[in-house]
Design a protein around this ligand. Structure first.
Ligand SMILES: *Cc1c(COP(=O)(O)O)cnc(C)c1O
Length: 222
């Protein structure tokens, strides 16, 4: 039972103060999340709506839930009442759905724009150029119930560290470029990059939020 607390402590010891650690708890049951909660963890990341819907009501209400997976527009309504951040905004259609459901709940939802930085085509997200254009055209002002909190990206799944660093650096440079634009507000603070295998590199490249699952909870059984 001590294991998760130990894992959390060792991961936290490698993350600078001020960087958010999202404990990615997908595929792990609620009692495992509770163990992490009892060890002080408050930010959890989930990637499936139905699973999140089962866990959220049975766990403490001060948890910050981050959605990090593929999100279908017709499922936004289920998580809109309580979700803290949706990190995986990869289409304007999804953003519009989040805005609509947030308005119905009379709240704002923080979102991150997912940027496709990996060479792998399987990954989701806007290209850096699409992203740049959306910010320059100020398209986000049409969605007053979302707060654009920053960017999220995933590097290519590879042992080639140079490539991973290059991809993270590319996202960091885009983040730095966008955050100084006149339309981009004070909410734009987060650069979410880095998972169990590559978060040390992501931190070196300027990540403000890391999403760590396996290093905390062990391997997932799909
Ligand atoms: C599953 C997942 C993670 C965590 O991956 P680990 O390798 O287990 O740390 C991080 N980000 C996203 C988007 C994920 O889907």
């Amino acid at each position: 039972m001590m294991k998760i607390a130990d894992n959390l402590r060792s991961v936290r010891s490698t993350i600078p103060e001020g960087v958010t650690l999202v404990a990615v708890s997908k595929f792990h049951p609620a009692d495992v999340l509770r163990e992490a909660y009892d060890a002080g963890q408050r930010v959890f990341g989930e990637s499936r709506v139905q699973e999140l819907m089962q866990k959220q009501p049975v766990l403490p209400s001060d948890i910050e839930w981050h959605f990090i997976g593929t999100l279908q527009t017709n499922k936004v309504k289920y998580i809109a009442p309580f979700i803290h951040t949706i990190q995986s905004i990869d289409t304007l259609k999804l953003l519009a759905a989040v805005n609509r459901e947030a308005e119905k709940c009379n709240r704002h939802i923080r979102v991150l724009i997912e940027v496709h930085i990996a060479e792998e085509s399987s990954k989701h997200g806007f290209t850096p150029d699409e992203c740049r254009k959306m910010f320059l055209d100020d398209v986000f002002s049409a969605y007053p119930h979302v707060r654009i909190g920053g960017l999220m990206g995933m590097a290519t799944f590879t042992d080639n560290e140079e490539q991973v660093c290059r991809e993270f650096r590319q996202l960091r440079l885009l983040f730095d470029e966008l955050r100084v634009l006149p339309f981009v507000g004070d909410d734009f603070t987060e650069l979410s990059m880095g998972m169990s295998d590559d978060y040390p590199m992501a931190l070196r490249e300027g990540s403000t939020t890391v999403r760590v699952g396996t290093k905390i909870f062990g391997a997932r059984e799909y």
